[in-house]
Ligand binder design. Structure first.
Ligand SMILES: Nc1ncnc2c1ncn2[C@@H]1O[C@H](COP(=O)(O)OP(=O)(O)OP(=O)(O)O)[C@@H](O)[C@H]1O
Ligand SMILES: [Mg+2]
Length: 315
């Protein structure tokens, strides 16, 4: 009899312990998830959403947090639009200033050209020389204006289904002859070269080009640029999404930590000849495609620019 009571006691303790264990797990796990999710939102990642955690108060709290994060993101987007208008104003004043130089140069060279034409014995090379200066100044103005238009009123996307590897290859083939004489090796590693996306090829090509040129410019003494592509899953938006991850990793100068937060700003440049437009345009184009862009860098060691684009599956 005593033995039976003893066994019963052990059994009841075991049952009570497992019920306690089960409930603690059931409650603690969602709380854990809730806390880490809230931390993520609080740290500024307003795209993050907490996953549904059940049907109780915890889950309700998670839902409210999601609603709050969505509202904050809306406000943040509105602020971004206001910032954009400010940027456009700034851009317009820089543009008018920048255009004056090539215009002056064109006027002077036209006057010389006219004078030379009037001389009957003017050498054709001389005429060519002034003519070429005028043409290159016209190109410079055209570039300034098209960059401005790109930012002020981005042309509509013309998406088509493309293998991203093909566009990458076009850009690398184009840049390789410029990189090699500088002692820069461009390596490719595509884990799945068949990955496709809906993209405006010209725009995406421009993005890849801006990034590759930045990497080349960051390695004046030579180095290595690794271009990798793989499939990944993004948890950044409301839904988890299959994405293509494209990484451009160089062994160049790197970026100072205090500069890192400015590299996507219009006109931010640390280069003598830079306009500081390449990365801001790249970010704009990638976001228009439903993707995003990230940069990791170690000063004096190297930089990695990563682009995420939604995968397109033929169904
Ligand atoms: N791969 C890289 N390595 C080191 N620094 C980089 C790299 N990519 C970008 N940067 C930094 O970010 C800044 C902004 O880059 P962005 O491409 O927008 O402008 P830019 O290259 O200076 O000028 P532009 O592209 O208009 O000719 C650069 O001036 C540089 O300081
Ligand atoms: Mg650049």
């Amino acid at each position: 009899m005593r033995m039976q009571i003893f066994i019963l006691m052990i059994f009841s303790i075991a049952v009570a312990a497992s019920i306690a264990f089960f409930y603690t797990r059931k409650i603690l796990r969602p709380v854990d998830k809730l806390v880490s999710g809230i931390n993520r939102i609080a740290s500024g990642d307003l795209r993050y959403r907490l996953e549904p955690l059940g049907k109780d108060e915890i889950s309700q709290l998670a839902e409210h947090f999601n609603t709050m994060a969505a509202r904050l993101r809306n406000i943040q987007n509105k602020l971004k639009r206001t910032e954009r208008l400010e940027t456009l104003g700034k851009l317009a004043s820089v543009l008018s200033h920048e255009i004056r130089n090539p215009l002056n140069s064109m006027v002077i060279n036209m006057q010389i050209l006219r004078r030379e034409y009037k001389k009957s014995a003017s050498a054709p090379e001389k005429l060519d020389h002034y003519h070429n200066i005028i043409v290159s100044e016209i190109k410079r103005v055209d570039e300034l204006v098209s960059n401005f238009l790109m930012i002020a009123k981005p042309p509509k996307l013309e998406p088509e289904t493309r293998k991203v590897a093909e566009i990458l290859d076009e850009v690398i083939t184009m840049q390789q002859p410029l990189a090699l004489p500088k002692g820069i090796r461009i390596e490719r590693n595509y884990s799945d070269p068949e990955l496709k996306a809906r993209v405006d090829s010209n725009k995406i090509k421009q993005v890849f080009l801006n990034i590759v040129i930045n990497a080349i410019q960051a390695m004046p003494g030579g180095g290595r640029l690794k271009v990798e592509m793989e499939k990944t899953i993004s948890y950044e938006s409301d839904l988890t999404l299959d994405m293509i991850r494209i990484s451009f990793k160089d062994t160049g100068k790197g970026i100072k930590p205090e500069d890192l937060k400015h590299i996507f700003d219009f006109y931010f440049s640390t280069k003598k000849e830079g306009t500081g437009i390449g990365l801001s345009i790249a970010q704009q184009i990638i976001e228009e495609h439903g993707g995003f862009i990230r940069v990791n860098s170690q000063y004096k060691k190297g930089t990695e620019v990563i682009i995420y684009l939604p995968i397109y599956y033929d169904s």
